[in-house]
Design a protein around this ligand. Structure first.
Ligand SMILES: N[C@@H](CCC[C@H](N)C(=O)O)C(=O)O
Length: 260
């Protein structure tokens, strides 16, 4: 079987994108998804995303982590599928699509910057030296002296697999406030089981967390990630975060055919 694919990346978080409107992709084949994401035996990516028809919106997004399993919402992948849908001629510069956590509105500008509406957040848990919230995916956030000094793969895995988060686990974000008002973030991603160059739901969680903890009064937060810069904006009313937007680039890298 020949499988046509498109490779996209959003601040270094990269994805195999497949137009599955004909539903020909073997969606239950976990081994195939993991192989396609394998950086030596396959195409290589942090995740795989299917674009499918949806009865109530422009399209449906189905997300798999690189371990081959479907997972929760992917913010960077959500931005990339908007660029992908535009390249297919499905949409022009705005869209509403369905994802695992519900409907998302998004726009894409002339420079390819995608602004993605994320879910509201009204439940934030603070613990001893960390904060936990779900922005479409679960995120543990903790502050460090220097993100460069953190062994993200080792410490991230330790927290992700700890009793704190049970069998479901969590993504893990390490944050340092910068002098210019930005925040530097490194993320260990569940289902990739390693550090990724950025995580969209992760920086969204960090932006809300730093506001919730009073480390910024701004409702727009810029974040430095390993793969570039992302911006998160929101409104806060009575402790509820709404009108949450994840803003940043989403770029086509290459396309190809994979022989299954
Ligand atoms: N990279 C994604 C997050 C994808 C899901 C996450 N790995 C999980 O399983 O929770 C993003 O950009 O949000």
């Amino acid at each position: 079987m020949e499988l046509n694919f498109y490779k996209y990346q959003g601040t270094g978080n990269d994805f195999v994108m497949i137009d599955n409107r004909d539903l020909s992709f073997p969606k239950e084949n976990t081994e195939l998804v993991a192989k396609l994401c394998d950086r030596r035996f396959g195409i290589g990516a942090d995740g795989l995303i299917l674009l499918e028809n949806d009865e109530t919106s422009d399209f449906r997004m189905v997300y798999y982590n690189s371990d081959g399993n479907t997972s929760s919402m992917c913010g960077n992948g959500g931005r990339c599928i908007v660029a992908f849908a535009k390249s297919l001629g499905l949409i022009e510069n705005s869209t509403r699509f369905m994802a695992t956590d519900g409907l998302h509105d998004a726009t894409i500008d002339a420079d390819g910057i995608v602004s993605l509406h994320m879910k509201d957040v009204d439940h934030i848990k603070t613990g001893n030296g960390y904060i936990f919230l779900d922005t479409g995916s679960p995120h543990h956030v903790e502050f460090v002296e220097d993100v460069r000094q953190v062994n993200v793969a080792e410490l991230g895995a330790k927290i992700r697999y700890s009793d704190m988060y049970g069998s479901a686990g969590s993504n893990v974000n390490f944050v340092k406030p910068e002098a210019d008002g930005r925040f530097s973030v490194r993320t260990y991603e569940r289902g990739v089981e390693d550090e990724t160059l950025s995580c969209g739901t992760g920086v969204t969680a960090v932006a809300i967390a730093v506001h919730y903890l009073g480390k910024t009064k701004s409702e727009t937060v810029k974040l430095n990630v390993e793969g570039g810069t992302l911006e998160v904006s929101f409104e806060v009313r009575d402790g509820k975060y709404s009108k949450v937007y994840l803003i940043g680039p989403a770029e086509f890298v290459f396309k190809g055919t994979f022989i299954v």
